[in-house]
Design a protein around this ligand. Structure first.
Ligand SMILES: NC(=O)c1ccc[n+]([C@@H]2O[C@H](COP(=O)([O-])OP(=O)(O)OC[C@H]3O[C@@H](n4cnc5c(N)ncnc54)[C@H](O)[C@@H]3O)[C@@H](O)[C@H]2O)c1
Length: 488
């Protein structure tokens, strides 16, 4: 069963210990039903491909790290201000696994649980320099004030630094975000030229700030829904599309392409395709660049991926899950456009289906009615409110209900994700890891995976995958939570 496989901490794409590899061979030749046989084969093939050599060296995190953000809005400024406040020792970076979390290494009896930031050579917060692009000219201080996420006491304490962060002109094709009418945009004769301009921005920023390395996180608006087309299928097709100004290449894809060409690791915080299409996967591998996405996992979906695995673990049934929320920030305004909402809806709806696996559990989850609504309601600003109603059933089919009323703050939940992604992608790059980094699914609503794999949405599987990957990177034993050795 796919889910229990994941729940012991292993997964198709996680690096495996040599012992796990050896166990593949006999199982495939045993006399199992064909379905099990095929599943094993797939798993073993997957694992062989994924069992790349453990990084032999991780280059040290010396010098400055440029954190480049296409989209200087509520999330980006909340992230930057938070890092600046933490640097000054005025606040703690709560919600960031890399800063606040620990990782167990070795046996429980060894009592080794260092902070993640002490166990791994991550860039220090002091070494981060921030750059951004936006289609409006406001600097980070003006944006932070307008966003009304942070209180004046927090903004004032880092006002001088925020005021210095002025966005570079954005690469913007308005048909992809119809509600915004950008005024601070680049002009280019073709999309190929637009990519070159963004590349030049990156080079100049890195030079000007004396940065040794850079990473980029898309914090721009959600673009309208598009399915990958012919132009997205190969590097050659995409390059030809750029030159021919192909309308199916979006603004966010221009940034992603420019970053990959500059060997800048790239993560996508929004649900649009951005860096999740075959040509980008290929280019990332070819250029030796790690990529990750999509759509920061905050708010309601975070709750869903915490609650649904619990219901499933106890074999409780689910009849329906209705989620609605109100928010009034610019993100909410963009999502008020049905085309942008469709991108978000696709990203949000897949979660329950994958976690609960209705095909495997028809009696428990065969007829779930799942609905997600987002309502733009300006008075609320960034202080979103979400209501979830779960109709569940238990022993003998008796119905029960769970109501969740989450008064969350979107950007407060998203900011630490931006920080962790920047630091972990930079670590991955220094460990020569390239292409899709599925171990970072922990941070995403709609995790990117190899095309033949379904994404893991269960937050607890994602957490184990992330921590086991970190252990693997430094040659520590993977933790399966089997634990029978303590009772020998
Ligand atoms: N806040 C959360 O919890 C959360 C969760 C998941 C995903 N997201 C996604 O993160 C993104 C940022 O969210 P936010 O609340 O900061 O939104 P926001 O509207 O405050 O900021 C987005 C910024 O992107 C800019 N932008 C749009 N197109 C651009 C382009 N082509 N180039 C440069 N800049 C561009 C906009 O002008 C705006 O300033 C959104 O896509 C949102 O859906 C946010």
């Amino acid at each position: 069963m796919a889910s229990s496989e994941g729940s012991n901490g292993s997964s198709d794409r996680s690096p495996r210990a040599p012992a796990a590899r050896a166990s593949c061979a006999p199982r495939t030749s045993a006399n199992h039903p064909p379905e099990i046989e095929r599943a094993w084969l797939r798993r073993c093939q997957g694992s062989r491909r994924a069992v790349r050599e453990r990084p032999q060296t991780i280059r040290p995190a010396t010098g400055k790290l440029a954190v480049l953000l296409p989209g200087l809005g509520a999330v980006a400024t909340t992230f930057i201000a938070g890092v600046l406040l933490a640097r000054k020792g005025l606040e703690k970076p709560i919600g960031s696994l890399t800063q606040m979390g620990t990782i167990r290494l070795g046996k429980r009896t060894e009592d080794r649980s260092p902070l993640v930031r002490e166990a791994f050579p991550l860039a220090s917060l002091d070494d981060l320099v921030f750059g951004a692009w936006d289609i409006f000219p406001d600097n980070a201080l003006e944006v932070a004030r307008h966003a009304e996420v942070l209180e004046a006491r927090h903004i004032d304490a880092v006002a001088a630094e925020l005021a210095q962060i002025e966005p570079m002109r954005g690469a913007f094709y308005p048909e992809y975000v119809r509600r915004l009418h950008g005024t601070h945009v680049k002009a280019a004769r073709s999309k190929a030229e637009m990519v070159e301009q963004v590349r030049e921005d990156i080079r100049q920023f890195v030079r000007r700030h004396g940065a040794e390395r850079a990473v980029a996180i898309w914090c721009g608006s959600t673009e309208v829904f598009i399915a990958p087309g012919a132009v997205h299928q190969s590097i050659a097709a995409f390059e030809a599309g750029l030159a021919a100004d192909d309308p199916s290449i979006s603004s966010s894809q221009i940034y992603a392409w420019a970053c990959l060409k500059e060997r800048v690791p790239f993560a996508n915080g929004a649900p649009n395709l951005c860096v999740d299409f075959p040509a980008a996967w290929q280019l990332a591998r070819e250029m030796g660049v790690p990529i990750a996405g999509k759509d920061f996992k905050t708010g309601q979906t975070l709750m869903k991926t915490i609650l649904a695995p619990g219901l499933k673990a106890r074999s409780l049934g689910l009849q329906g899950w209705f989620s609605t929320n109100i928010l009034g920030n610019r993100d909410g305004e963009v999502l008020d456009d049905p085309n942008s909402f469709k991108t978000k809806e696709v990203s949000k709806l897949g979660v329950l289906e994958q976690i609960l696996q209705p095909q495997r559990y028809p009696d428990l989850y065969g007829e779930i009615y799942h609905k997600v609504r987002i309502e733009y309601y300006p008075p609320r600003g960034d202080a979103k409110e979400g209501w979830d109603n779960l109709d569940i059933f238990g022993w003998l089919g008796y119905p029960m209900q769970i109501k969740v009323n989450f008064l969350c703050r979107d950007s407060i939940l998203a900011a630490p994700i931006v920080l962790d992604l920047a630091l972990l992608l930079d670590l991955a790059a220094r460990a020569s890891m390239r292409g899709t980094q599925e171990w970072l699914s922990f941070y995403f609503k709609s995790p990117m995976t190899a095309p033949e794999l379904y994404p893991e949405h269960d937050l607890f599987i994602q957490s184990m995958k992330l921590k086991n990957t970190l252990r693997w990177m430094i040659g520590e034993e993977l933790i399966t939570h089997l634990g029978n050795e303590y009772y020998d």
